[in-house]
Write a protein of this length. Structure first.
Length: 163
């Protein structure tokens, strides 16, 4: 019996962005909010491609700024579906940066975002499963389940004693 769904590669998104002088803060590095917007857009396109429905961001997890990206840095933003639950899905995003004259890309920001698909009535709708094919995709699929369990456990702990 095979699972019906879409492979991770079917909705993979890769985009590039040049950090302009207007995109940087007083320290000369890309504004965190600007970078977060780029991450959310790429993840949203990925979620939309996978579900073929309207989607909304419901959470952003572990968006970590690892390195600065000064003006003239070329950002590569890569997004893929890590796992589909029922009406939600986790999208993993990895932003790297390359500066002219550099020999390699630098990790700027990894992030995990959760999206919900909306049906024609605007209500959450079931999403077709994602099929991980490679060992890396399978690892991300399994880790997405752990992150979801942790989010749900934290939400439950925060609810205890609160109306």
């Amino acid at each position: 019996m095979s699972i019906q769904g879409k492979p991770v590669s079917a909705s993979f998104v890769e985009s590039s962005e040049l950090v302009q002088p207007g995109d940087v803060n007083v320290y000369g590095s890309v504004f965190g909010g600007h970078l977060m917007s780029l991450v959310d857009k790429a993840a949203g396109i990925c979620a939309y491609r996978h579900s073929e429905m309207n989607v909304v961001t419901i959470s952003v997890d572990q968006l970590i700024f690892k390195s600065a990206a000064p003006a003239a840095t070329i950002l590569s933003i890569r997004a893929s579906v890590n796992r589909v639950f029922n009406t939600s899905m986790e999208i993993g995003v990895r932003v790297t940066g390359w500066r002219p004259g550099s020999k390699k890309e630098t990790l700027i920001c990894p992030a995990y975002l959760t999206f919900v698909a909306l049906g024609p009535d605007g209500e959450p709708a079931p999403i077709i499963p994602v099929i991980p094919d490679t060992p890396d995709q399978i690892r991300r699929f399994e880790q997405a389940g752990l992150r979801r369990e942790a989010r749900l456990a934290l939400a439950q702990k925060m609810r205890v004693g609160n109306p």
